[in-house]
Design a binder for this molecule. Sequence first.
Ligand code: TYD
Ligand code: MG
Length: 455
Amino acid sequence: MAKGKKTAFFCQSCGYESPKWMGQCPGCREWNTFVEELPAPKAPGRAAGGRPASEPVTLGQIDIREDIRQGSGIGELDRVLGGGIVQGSLVLVGGDPGIGKSTLLLQMCRHLSEKKVKVLYISGEESLRQIRLRAERIGRFSDGLLLLCETDLAVIKQVVERQSPQVVIIDSIQTMHNEEIASAPGSVSQVRESTSVLLQIAKGKGVTIFIVGHVTKEGNVAGPRVLEHMVDTVLYFEGDRHASYRILRGVKNRFGSTNEIGVFEMRDTGLEEVKDPSKFLLEGRPENAPGSVVACSMEGTRPILIEIQALVCRTNFGIPRRTAAGTDPNRVNLLMAVLEKRLGMDLGNCDAYVNIAGGIKMNEPAIDLGVVLAVISSRQDAPIPDHVMAFGEVGLSGEIRAVSMAEQRVLEAKKLGFETVILPRVSLKAVDKIKGIRLIGVGSLRELMALRFGT
Ligand code: TYD
Ligand code: MG
């Protein structure tokens, strides 16, 4: 047996360490994610050496002036970051390959360098020529932006010390490597060690670092879940590769709310901010089609109107098929069960397909009423009028429950020219000041049916 070289197995998704191979990771329950690696050497001085003894302090003694925020020049990005880039923070931007992470960050660099911020963009994936070609499509760049093609973290550390930039972009963490670690770039140990080096640079020198992390399902590239614990902010860039819009979602943020989303559109000149996502998402909506209903979901402080589509048809097999795209399939099943039980609707031998148009993902309970209306409308083949928007949570007894921020939702509907809003009856008093739009409060599914929408 080979002695001396002791290896361990690491889950490539969450970083769980095990002395032997396992099929399923006990940490994150993913299958087939263990890969043999050489564990990080316990370098002397890494844990305790050289640091002065820590002393506890009172809250009053802590200096909070450093929490300086700076606009990134991209409004939608600032919104997700919680109002701007916090100096000295470590931000992870995750997403599928090709979704637009490099483009977004390069655009941010362009705005920052125009504002005389010293930016260093380090790419381990693309050559300088490729970056230049991409930059040409985006627009003019000032000389404040420095570029570097490098994957060795020791070199990167030296360059950062020499140049002392204020903002550094690492594209991507999966290509970076640390000499002290024997495993391949992209493996869990490498990614974790590289990030901890970057963390030291960020916190020690007050440099803001943006780290790009690819997410793939295969597990040969370390999942960014390992990194989520280490960084201050985690943003995910998502969207359908076939659709042009992209959504930037905050998953973790030590400096702000995580509910906010930023909406972008990928054009041939880079990413364009979408200031009015509701209008954008409702474009191309069919007119008076059965099974199509507009609902409203709050994303952070912003109401977003979406089109929910349902298709209910007779099943050809014994077991009805139910699928939901863009929302939780279990929730759709539950709502259909409520419809069957509370309204006596016959859905038992029907297939049902529910879809949020545009490929966007929404899971707020406030869209329940929209889902229910879409299913009823499709089942009865009766369209819901185009000018109707609906929101509200549906309970198991068929009651329509109040949801938060009713006023903002109604105002958004009004702004987009909707004439009627169906909402929970208990929410009516929150919106009684709004004029110029018809408000219909409903208390239960039975009352909803009596409205003669879809009957
Ligand atoms: P990219 O930022 O390279 O993705 P990531 O860094 O997340 O892997 O985005 C690449 C995609 O974006 C590619 O399919 C081409 C497209 N794109 C445009 O449509 N317009 C543009 O102006 C740019 C720069 C890229
Ligand atoms: Mg890229």
